[in-house]
Write a protein that binds this ligand. Structure first.
Ligand code: AKB
Length: 314
């Protein structure tokens, strides 16, 4: 069995995935790459290769030099930041994916994971329990790039038999690092501010409901999907995945169960328009049926889990 390569290892998701792969396979079976080393101390236990994921030659050399079988390509520019720089977002969200798919087509890699997002949906998709095959008309370049990526994944699977797997993540909430440039980031900020005894000025409307998920659920789902037998998978674009859903005002109430003085104020900005174009909740029955997905955290247990994590020594 070859090793596991995390491309984008210094990011929010990369750190969590690294820790899970370390405990499953051992740190020596994991190779990390990013343009900066992972900020988590356990990053030092694995081989780290500094590289730009848009550099196809560097990626190929890495895969060949380190006996890589599985690639997790997590590199992305998220929704809000992408709107400020659409061409850079398109390049970063597309180039590394296509490079990795090419490596798999050439037979240098056996399995690929790539994250899509609820951002593939736009204002015309049903808001509640948005189905797997809802219309895909996003209003952000991030969403456009995620749809294009999903279609590329399906194309490489159908045309070349590449074993590529993908999930449409909701907003991801962890305590080990902060996201950057997303629309759902307010939820992480709220928890961190509350833990430090501060309030939060939220850039979304108080009642803007969005699908969210704990990092723990997201990583569990990712590894469950990667473990599933290939023939069980009926979706090769990207699976809908639901964790829980809440609005800022509901998150405020859940936080107050732990920090009674916590308060949010609301000053919606351009990110409110992005959030309003996304679903309230997601129908993930295909993931349930094909590989047994079930989220563990609802909003109350997610908040408790994050506070417990924030209290741990670094
Ligand atoms: C974002 O807010 O852009 C991301 C996402 C939902 O994919 N968290």
């Amino acid at each position: 069995m070859g090793k596991h390569l995390i491309v984008g290892a210094a990011g929010q998701l990369g750190i969590e995935l690294m820790l899970s792969l370390h405990s499953r396979f051992g740190a020596d079976q994991v190779v990390l790459t990013d343009i900066r080393p992972t900020p988590h101390p356990d990053g030092a236990k694995s081989m780290y290769v500094e590289a730009d994921a848009c550099d196809a030659v560097a990626l190929k050399a890495m895969v060949e030099a380190h006996d890589i079988d599985v690639v997790y390509n997590l590199v992305a520019m998220l929704s809000a930041r992408g709107e400020a720089n659409p061409m850079a977002a398109w390049k970063l969200n597309m180039d590394p994916l296509l490079h990795v798919l090419e490596l798999a087509r050439e037979g240098l890699v056996k399995k690929v994971f790539w994250p899509s997002s609820i951002a593939v949906f736009g204002p015309d998709a049903p808001k509640d329990h948005t189905p797997q095959d809802a219309p895909l008309h996003p209003t952000t370049v991030y969403g456009v790039s995620k749809i294009a990526g999903e279609l590329w994944c399906d194309y490489y699977h159908t045309k070349y038999g590449v074993d590529v797997r993908s999930l449409r993540y909701p907003g991801l909430i962890g305590y080990r690092s902060q996201p950057g440039g997303g629309t759902t980031d307010y939820a992480v900020d709220a928890l961190i501010q509350a833990a430090q005894g501060r309030g939060l000025e939220c850039y979304l409307d108080a009642n803007e409901r969005l699908p969210m998920m704990s990092m723990e659920d997201a990583i569990r789902g990712t590894l469950q999907l990667m473990d599933a037998p290939s023939e069980a998978l009926t979706v090769r674009t990207s699976y809908n995945l639901h964790g829980c859903d809440f609005s800022p005002i509901e998150l405020e109430a859940a936080i107050r169960a732990h920090v009674p003085d916590f308060a949010m104020t609301f000053a919606p900005d351009h990110r409110q328009g992005i959030a309003a174009s996304w679903p309230n909740s997601i129908d993930d029955s295909a993931a349930q049926q094909d590989w047994g997905w079930k989220a563990e955290h609802d909003v109350a247990s997610l908040v408790e889990h994050i506070f417990q994590g924030l209290e741990q020594p670094a």
